[in-house]
Unconditional design. Sequence first.
Length: 341
Amino acid sequence: MSKLNKNYLIGVFSTLGAKLSYPDEQLNSIIKDEYHYNAWFTPKSVEHAVKSIGKMLNKEDLTQWLDKYDIDYERPTKQVGLILAGNIPLVGFHDVLCVLISGNHALIKASTQDARLVKFVLNMLVTIAPEFQSRYSFVERLKNFDAVIATGSNNTSRYFEFYFSKVPNIIRKNRNSVAVLTGNETAGQLYKLGHDIFDYFGLGCRNVSKLLVPEGYDFTPFFEAIQPHENIINHHKYNNNYDYNKSIYLVNRDKHLDNGFLLVKEDERMVSPLAVIFYEQYKDTASVEALLKRESENIQCIVSTADIKAANQVVGFGESQQPALWDYADGADTMDFLTKL
């Protein structure tokens, strides 16, 4: 890859970004067909994911991102194993991007839930820059790797940590996102919060699964503002989760709120079931910051406009599913890891 340099790569990937931002007929066909392979991957969800990556891959952000790193394209190529998640469309693309743009070879074990999309996008890349054809491989089992980046559940992460302990690795576990409300949010902000909750049906680590609200918080404005998101209940798998959790709460007489498409329950846990969002009341900013610090290992990002100190990334309402190139999962700098192998 010695003939390549940052400027060339910025050109290649910004061209890919433009193609993803404005899908052609073939890509549109893929976007519409994914639903047949994974019922969670609706045309709306897949289009959102594709265009979000397209927006991310712009020349200015690529330049700003890569300027932070000293990448030596003359050094020997490392074989980097990638175990990709499949909970939302193209969720593993950023890891693939980092491996390729750092001059390494990606050994990709794609999720069965999301294998077609990532293959199609990489084929698009090869049409732009054919030399990338030899820079990645899809594999059923990882072997002959120099490093590994693996994403999985808290259970599989223990297996990953043991199995890959002898090579440099990044092992990612379950995380979810939280929103900190003050009670002064506008209807527009709360509507955008609905996107943080409902985009991708709440399946992503950047989806909000927990609300931190001031004591005595009135949920009426929240329910009114998110009402335009009610069509989510028409998705059969989401509806099944809603009905199931509602029946459990009713049978157990668990106190909860219900607007017909979302269940809201007071609960100290960070991870709520699908179609449910947990909430916890707080007394003051100090107690919020203490909770966020205590749970920082379980939090991907925090949605809020409140003035809070937190170790995790804080984003505005409606922005949790719009990460920039430098917004690394679990806060682990993937590019720094790869350039120092």
